[in-house]
Design a protein around this ligand. Structure first.
Ligand code: FEO
Length: 388
């Protein structure tokens, strides 16, 4: 999969990985993208994860076809892309490492035994690197997804090397037409906290004539780029992508689960465009986080536990806090057999987030949902939808 005769793909698929970044399920694997620009000068655009170092090296050597790289451009220092910087620098002693000032500071943190003196070329926003017909202009992209991140724009072929932005979970050999599904889960779980910074980069990108986006994960994006840019704009503004309600529950013995399922049915009966009911104890939390951001409304239902809230719900809300969940309507259902406490904790966690409208009143169940609870559940379902 080459971008052109001059821009070659030298990345690798990883089908052996169980958890990406130590926490995300990737049943379809992961790709670590890397590119090579062949012109009067030769530039390697990022390396790959050391897990696939041998394969990446074979791809590099084959694409070089006897030439030597002049530059290694490091857009991002995270080890899934920069693990092989030191060994590549050692192999090609005349090669310069092109990176941001922040990335330069990180080099000795990752490569204690390497000496990069005289080997680095620090670039900043707007700097250019002529390669011949091709030329790179650097775009600072701090916190998308680390502080040292930069992107680069190649003006001859109008290619944006976008670092982690526009990436997705999944190996390229398992790629499907549905880019958004795993790109959304990737975005909200990995970059979700940094909407403002993503907006800043999108503003800079809007001034460029981009024909192709080369991200560090997932497929190279070409053709009409509008749908991808539009989704990134919606996501980074923390706006809902589509109508619907997420009902997320954490249930110890199944009582709260029954109420959540019943509430889901009520929402469907009332005509909700889409209802997703998720069990926080069993389902992939990253998927549920994705749905929380996808829809404008959420209902959280949880058992009380140790004078607080059942931990799977606490963990979920904690993740929403750190991912900057905001600008949504949320209803609360708590359950408790003697002193319900879940509602208070959930409310307090939600109130610490920006622009969260709590749909009143909090519904309290005692041990099991009973006939007498149905009107309150129905009322909250109506309230969630009415305000939509
Ligand atoms: Fe794909 Fe932030 O590393």
């Amino acid at each position: 999969m080459n971008i052109s005769d001059s821009i070659r793909y030298i990345g690798v698929d990883d089908l052996d990985i169980d958890l990406f970044e130590g926490q995300y399920n990737v049943p379809e694997g992961m790709s670590y993208n890397s590119y090579l620009i062949l012109d009067e000068k030769v530039a390697i655009m990022d390396t790959a994860d050391g897990r696939k170092g041998d394969e990446w090296h074979r791809n590099l050597i084959a694409a070089l076809d006897g030439r030597k790289p002049d530059y290694l451009v490091v857009h991002h220092m995270e080890p899934d892309h920069a693990s092989l910087v030191a060994q590549t620098a050692e192999e090609f002693p005349s090669m310069q490492i092109v990176l941001s000032a922040q990335a330069q500071k990180m080099l000795p943190q990752f490569f204690e035994h390497s000496d990069f003196t005289g080997r680095t070329r620090v670039v900043k926003e707007g700097d250019t690197l002529p390669l011949g017909r091709h030329s790179l202009t650097f775009i600072s992209a701090p916190m998308v997804h680390w502080p040292e991140v930069m992107m680069s724009y190649e003006s001859e072929e109008k290619v944006l090397f976008a670092a982690d932005a526009f990436g997705k979970f999944g190996a390229l050999c398992n790629e499907t037409d549905d880019w958004a599904c795993e790109a959304r889960r990737y975005y909200f779980n990995i970059c979700g906290k940094y909407g403002v910074q993503v907006q800043n980069v999108l503003r800079k990108a809007s001034a460029l004539d981009i024909r192709t986006i080369c991200p560090l994960h997932g497929p190279v994006l070409g053709g009409d780029l509008t749908p991808y840019l539009k989704l990134y704009d919606t996501w980074s503004r923390y706006e809902a992508e589509s109508e619907g309600v997420l009902v997320a529950y954490a249930s110890i013995h199944g009582g709260t689960a029954k109420a959540a399922e019943r509430l889901g049915e009520m929402l469907r009966e009332l005509g909700a465009a889409k209802v997703v009911v998720s069990d926080l104890s069993r389902e992939d939390q990253a998927e549920v986080i994705e749905d929380a951001f996808r829809y404008p409304c959420m209902v959280v239902c949880a058992s009380s536990y140790d004078a607080g809230v059942f931990p799977p719900m606490h963990d979920f809300l904690y993740h929403l806090q750190i991912k900057n969940y905001q600008n949504r309507r949320v209803a609360i259902v708590e359950n408790g057999s003697w002193a319900p406490t879940a509602g208070k904790v959930m409310r307090s966690m939600l109130e610490s987030m920006k622009q969260i409208e709590i749909v009143e009143p909090v519904v309290t169940l005692r041990s099991r949902m009973k006939e007498s609870d149905l009107p309150a559940l129905r009322a909250i379902a109506e309230a969630v939808l009415k305000q939509g």
